[in-house]
Structure formats: C-alpha cells, structure tokens
Design a protein around this ligand. Structure first.
Ligand code: 5GP
Length: 143
C-alpha cells in the first residue's frame, strides 16, 4: 500500500463518493470525474499498487476477466461504435493518480458536445532488425 492514500484509495474506503458501475471482490469501476467523452469509465483493482507491473497475478487476472464485459456495457449504454482502453504508468506517462487504473474512453461517431474521446499523437519509429532481435531476446529473458 502506498504511504499516502490516493484519491482512489479514498474512493475504495468510501470516504469519497463515486458513480459506481461495477464492483466485485477485486475490482471497482466508476465514471471518471473529468470525462474525455460520455461514458468515460475508470476500472481499478482493489489492491493498492501504483503501476500495472506491481499487481499480483490474481489481481491482474481479475481485471482482465472483467474489462471486456465493462467495455461492452459502456458501448451499449453510450452507443459509441469505438473506444480506447488507456492505462498510464508513471507521471511522465501522464499518470496523475498513483493507483493502477484502466480508462475506458468511448469514441463517439460524431461530436455530440460531450467530448470527442482520446486524442493521440503517435509518431512511430522503425524497428531495426539486429537491434530488434536482441531487444526481443532481452525482454523474453526478463520474463
Ligand atoms: P491518469 O492521468 O492518472 O491516468 O488519470 C486519472 C483520472 O482520474 C483522470 O481522468 C481524472 O479525471 C480521474 N479522477 C481524478 N480524481 C477523481 C475523483 O475524485 N473521482 C473520479 N471519479 N475520477 C477522478
């Protein structure tokens, strides 16, 4: 558990209200207070870890089990035909709340005035053969 409780710890403890959409023994989901689009939902593990790689396999599995179901529900309720699932780790990667969370961000087909969803700047490089093979080996060896 982190030293200072995050805002999501306080939501889990019931100190701060949230608009809950789902809860089980390991997972809580609720609407984001600053939505990028209608239906922007946050999905958090009850285990208090800042970053994804710190989660136990059990908590990770619990999140993975329910995420597609929550995505289906968000799409059904909002009518959005597309969505992004975003998961930030670390302040430099735009993580503001140091408790693992997945964003489900609907991408509306047209601007309905409730937000246009996630806007991305994506500037790909190019994977180099030899260096790429070494990198793949290094990552595989670290698992
Ligand atoms: P991050 O940048 O850490 O990936 O995203 C944190 C998200 O938490 C933001 O989208 C922000 O709007 C949301 N958030 C921050 N504080 C609260 C809160 O008190 N309640 C709810 N429902 N969402 C919050």
């Amino acid at each position: 558990m982190a030293d200072t409780p995050t805002i999501f710890d306080r939501i889990l403890d019931g100190e701060i209200p949230c608009l809950k959409v789902y809860e089980d023994d390991h997972v809580l989901a609720f609407l984001d207070i600053g939505p990028l689009s209608n239906g922007h939902t946050l999905v958090i593990p009850k285990q208090r870890k800042a970053m994804l790689h710190e989660l136990s396999d059990e908590q990770a599995a619990a999140l993975g089990r329910v995420l597609p179901r929550l995505c289906r529900a968000v799409m059904k309720a909002t009518g959005a035909p597309a969505y992004n699932v975003l998961q930030n780790n670390g302040a430099s990667a735009h993580q503001a709340v140091s408790h693992v969370h997945f964003h489900i961000i609907p991408k509306p087909s047209a601007d309905d005035g409730t937000g246009t969803g996630l806007e991305m700047h994506w500037s790909p490089g190019s994977l180099k053969g030899d260096a790429g093979a070494l990198l793949a080996q290094a990552i595989a060896a670290a698992i």
